[in-house]
Design a binder for this molecule. Structure first.
Ligand code: ADP
Ligand code: MG
Length: 407
């Protein structure tokens, strides 16, 4: 980064060696009875486009971040789980796997033991374990630290209990692991998220964006190498905290489900392929809020298709307007943006970004901007300055490239 950029906080990713070393040291210091069986890690993700579409059977397009969650894990002979995380100061947690069920585990431990629970529910032979966690994925920033945690635990348990799902040469085993991570998050951690985050963390490919079809879980790897085009993806963690976020996510999901029921379709995805077009569906809805929610979902799925078409034809620098349209739709029709996210988008665009949008669930979290590689610092500084003049705490910045999945 240039000298003038020193006041801008950059969130650098750890090297894999650094991450593994940190988590191994944490394991040995906290459990004090020898080394782990090994270390594993899984990336956070950033979604390029296709927001709030996963739980509607739609399309999304995430990449795996260089920022990863690391676990050091050791198999036990009993049913006990001991866990510790460098990010959670509450100390070590301990519980019996047999006691884990929906509604019984509070806090971060649910993301970990939930994975073991889901594996057992799937009939897999998984027992107790000791695990230490450390991560450079920013927490609650919309970059999916939760799925990074689940996926790192999933590949670790896969290895120590010999499940043979993570190393499969085809994608089927990883797809099963992702489904178990979704169950962990939905049923044990109690967060009603769709499947995008877990798929990105477990099934992405370096140098590619993951086009995920959430209707059937199928995917396509779309080449995504911005540097070859002189471009870069700037991610801005607004660090905004909005208390309402959880309830709002569930409310959006419920609204989409209600609209689908009213329209007589299983998911809103069906509207995108209906020969009568979107207007038919919007006309049939009498609830004005549902009209806007459906319009966002249907147009957003369309934007993913266009975005991929542009990437595949080499016109990467033409995706900007789709990003801006996505942001406007999320802000106006889906109503999940907030002042900070809007500010990132307007400041980045004024500073010359090709396109910008909020990413993730909304109400805080992160926004992305597609920028010329040589203007990363300039755009970051402009966003930083806009936050300072608005009296807001500075956001944090990172540059995203498409990296490897959990391993
Ligand atoms: P996001 O996935 O966007 O970062 P979430 O609210 O979905 O935000 O997930 C954040 C939660 O996941 C944290 O509050 C914590 O419970 C859990 N979590 C994520 N990473 C870790 C970690 N390294 N150690 C312990 N818990 C974690
Ligand atoms: Mg999450």
């Amino acid at each position: 980064m240039s000298a003038e950029a020193t006041s801008v906080p950059w969130l650098d990713a750890w090297t894999p060696e650094e991450g593994a070393e940190r988590v191994r040291a944490l394991f040995e210091a906290r459990f004090g009875d020898g080394p782990p069986d090994g270390t594993w890690s899984a990336p956070g993700r950033v979604n390029l486009i296709g927001e709030h579409t996963d739980y509607n059977g739609g399309l999304c397009l995430p990449i795996a971040l260089p920022h990863r969650t690391y676990v050091a894990l050791r198999r036990r002979d009993d049913d006990r789980v001991r866990l510790v995380s460098a990010q959670e100061r509450t100390g070590q947690r301990e519980l019996e796997l047999a006691d884990v069920a929906p509604g019984t585990v509070d806090g971060w431990a649910g993301y970990v033991v939930g994975v073991a629970w889901a594996m057992r529910e799937a009939g897999l032979a998984v027992g107790g374990f000791d695990v230490a966690v450390d991560s450079c994925v920013p927490y609650g920033a919309g970059l999916s630290s939760s799925a990074a945690l689940e996926a790192s635990v999933a590949v670790a348990l896969d290895a120590v209990f010999g499940l043979g799902l993570a190393g499969a040469t085809d994608d089927a085993g990883r797809s099963r692991l992702a489904a178990m991570c979704v169950r962990a998050e939905n049923e044990i951690a109690g967060a009603p998220t769709g499947g995008m985050d877990q798929a990105a963390s477990l099934r992405a490919r370096a140098g590619h964006a993951l086009l995920l079809d959430c209707l059937d879980g199928s995917l396509r790897h779309v080449p995504f190498d911005l540097s070859a085009h002189g471009l870069a993806l700037l991610v801005v963690d607004t660090r905004a905290e909005h208390q309402l976020a959880d309830g709002q996510y569930a409310a959006r999901r419920a609204s989409c489900e209600a609209a689908a029921a009213r329209l007589g379709v299983a998911t809103l995805r069906e509207i995108t392929v209906d020969p009568r077009g979107m207007e038919w569906a919007l006309d049939k809805l009498d609830d004005e809020v549902q009209v806007r929610r459906v319009r966002h979902v249907v147009t957003e799925i369309d934007r993913v298709t266009w975005f991929v078409a542009l990437l595949e034809s080499g016109a990467v620098d033409a995706v900007g307007p789709l990003m801006n349209a996505s942001h406007a739709s999320l802000r106006d029709d889906y109503e999940v943006s907030c002042l900070e996210l809007d500010l990132v988008v307007s400041a980045a665009m004024s500073a010359g970004a090709l396109g910008a949008r909020m990413t993730g669930g909304g109400f805080g979290g992160s926004a992305i901007a597609l920028v010329r590689a040589d203007s990363v610092d300039e755009v970051a500084r402009a966003v930083h300055a806009a936050f300072t003049s608005a009296g807001l705490r500075s956001p944090a910045f990172l540059v995203a490239t498409a990296q490897t999945p959990a391993a």
